[in-house]
Design a protein around this ligand. Structure first.
Ligand SMILES: C[S@@+](CC[C@H](N)C(=O)[O-])C[C@H]1O[C@@H](n2cnc3c(N)ncnc32)[C@H](O)[C@@H]1O
Length: 258
């Protein structure tokens, strides 16, 4: 095993309140702290927890997010190879829709370093609490919105459906205002193959600065999705159209008919 280690932790979504005690301990004791978080207040706060804190490079000049994520992994690995205990912080859960976090863990392990990821509170966790749904009731499917469309993902309209990154549909680069309309139009058309146009869906944004700010829970009919206001942190929640029918034969096989 090489000297030095990498620990990747998440801040959760809410400033301060979502950080686990374990994540906080790793942040404080790290020899070098690197971070990629979505808001400037969290960035400042991390600097108060550990003065070595440094923002990971976030180059938006290229036309592929993949390239930017590669540059983040390169910076994390540079710090790991220099020795010491390195902690990298991502917002939310660091392993949920966070390519560079998984990429850095895999690379560190390939190079013989100890590497660990700690779980955090994701936007989806907040959605369950704020919208009041239980994934255990009817099941829950979660997809990245572009992946959902281009791979024609099979899904069950009788289950909860959560679509991430709806402001970036068809966009391999970075958000530009107004560019989301085309993708939202296509998404609305595709979803209307399985849901009625007046099906109520939710544009959701968990509150980062709670309780100063409240979450955005915007109920709209599916057909109006292309006109909806979305941001880079919007997630779309599509409720089930109703309960799935029960297979009587299966109930008999399972001895549930008595
Ligand atoms: C790159 S992913 C990061 C997810 C993050 N690691 C997590 O654990 O939630 C960005 C996407 O997460 C979702 N997201 C991030 N922040 C959010 C928030 N405050 N409310 C709702 N969804 C959010 C949106 O779908 C957004 O496009």
């Amino acid at each position: 095993m090489q000297q030095g280690s990498l620990t990747i932790v998440g801040t959760g979504i809410q400033l301060g309140g979502h950080l686990t005690l374990a994540a906080q301990a790793w942040i404080k004791q790290a020899d070098k702290l690197l971070f990629a978080v979505a808001d400037p207040v969290t960035a400042k706060w991390l600097q108060t927890l550990n003065p070595t804190a440094e923002a990971l490079p976030y180059n938006t000049d290229c036309d592929r997010r993949r390239q930017t994520y590669g540059e983040m992994v390169d910076r994390i690995m540079e710090a790991v190879r220099a020795g010491g205990n390195i902690c990298a912080v991502f917002y939310g859960h660091p392993g949920v829709f966070a390519d560079p976090a998984h990429g850095a863990i895999a690379q560190a392990r390939r190079e013989g370093y100890s590497a660990l990821m700690l779980p955090g509170i994701s936007a989806e966790d907040c959605l369950f609490a704020d919208i009041g749904i239980d994934p255990g009731k009817g099941g829950c499917q979660s997809f990245e919105a572009t992946d959902f469309l281009i791979r024609q993902r099979k899904f069950d309209p009788n289950s909860h459906l959560i679509l991430w990154q709806v402001a970036l549909i068809g966009n391999r680069g970075f958000y530009q205002e107004g560019s989301e309309k085309r993708g939202l139009k296509v998404l609305a058309e595709v979803l209307q193959q399985d849901y009625p146009g007046d099906h109520q869906v939710v544009i959701y944004e968990a509150a980062v600065y709670y309780p100063v700010c409240q979450p955005v829970i915007n109920h709209i009919p599916l057909h109006s999705l292309p006109q909806a206001k979305v941001t880079t942190v919007s997630t779309l929640y599509v409720p089930p159209i109703g309960p799935a029918p029960v297979d009587q034969e299966m109930m008999v096989r399972l001895g549930m008919d008595k």
